[in-house]
Design a protein around this ligand. Structure first.
Ligand SMILES: C[S@@+](CC[C@H](N)C(=O)[O-])C[C@H]1O[C@@H](n2cnc3c(N)ncnc32)[C@H](O)[C@@H]1O
Length: 219
């Protein structure tokens, strides 16, 4: 499909472009490594990198993964949380089961999703929420950035509803005009908020990770 107009992007044959507009070679070294090491996505290395750097997922943690298909982050979360942890994922797409995880199929924008996510975990709350949510891309940069921004806001709302006080959120985001607003809202909810880039992101990507820790108690 050819998209036209200012700011539009055309998809390559090897994969989608991100709202950041950066192109990529789908079969890069992380992609090949993921195949060799049995991870379902190259994205697994992004979570490994951030989780290791910030000690985000501890043994026994209750972890929720928003936008989990095909399951690379779920695999990493299950490894880090260990057999005493709980790992729940949700995606629009149906993912193949992964040992030690519960996978739900659903839409995070659905009003009833929070209740379903709470029902899936002991105590009804999580210690860590992960979001790698990405919209289905239209190829029009402005539209794709706006949709990605909406998903970020929804991830923040879900985290607000399901995180234990003291809990943490890790969320993929693309630097855009909406980033400041996202950071402001995150700072209202968490005592510590920062943005970081990861080596495993594709070269030239505007992709960053928001790490928000120490969820403030609900007022
Ligand atoms: C980049 S992929 C996630 C990759 C995953 N973290 C992994 O490591 O395998 C983004 C996912 O977000 C999901 N997604 C987008 N909008 C969604 C929504 N409204 N509800 C649930 N999932 C959604 C997409 O279906 C897609 O599978």
């Amino acid at each position: 499909m050819r998209a036209r107009g200012r700011g539009s992007r055309r998809r390559g044959t090897g994969g989608q472009r991100h709202p950041s507009g950066s192109g990529y070679n789908r079969k890069d070294s992380y992609y090949r490594r993921a195949k060799q090491e049995g991870y379902r996505s190259r994205a697994a290395y992004k979570l490994l990198e951030v989780a290791e750097r910030y000690k985000l997922i501890r043994r026994g943690c209750r972890v929720l993964d928003l936008g989990c298909w095909p399951g690379g982050w779920l695999q990493v979360a299950a490894q880090l949380a260990g057999p005493d942890g709980t790992v729940v994922g949700i995606d629009l797409r149906e993912a193949e089961p992964i040992a030690g995880t519960t996978i739900l199929q659903g839409d995070v924008t659905d009003d009833e999703v929070v209740a379903k996510l709470r029902d899936a975990v002991r105590g009804g709350v999580y210690d860590v929420v992960l979001s790698d949510l990405s919209p289905k891309l239209s190829g029009v940069r402005f539209t794709d950035e706006a949709r990605a921004g909406e998903l970020n806001q929804i991830a923040l709302s879900v985290a607000e509803a399901v995180l234990e006080p003291g809990g943490a959120l890790l969320m993929k985001t693309f630097m855009s005009g909406e980033t400041e607003d996202l950071l402001r809202r995150a700072r209202e909810l968490f005592a510590s908020v920062r943005l970081t880039a990861v080596d495993a992101s594709r070269k030239g990507s505007a992709e960053h990770y928001l790490i928000a820790r120490d969820r403030r108690p609900a007022t």
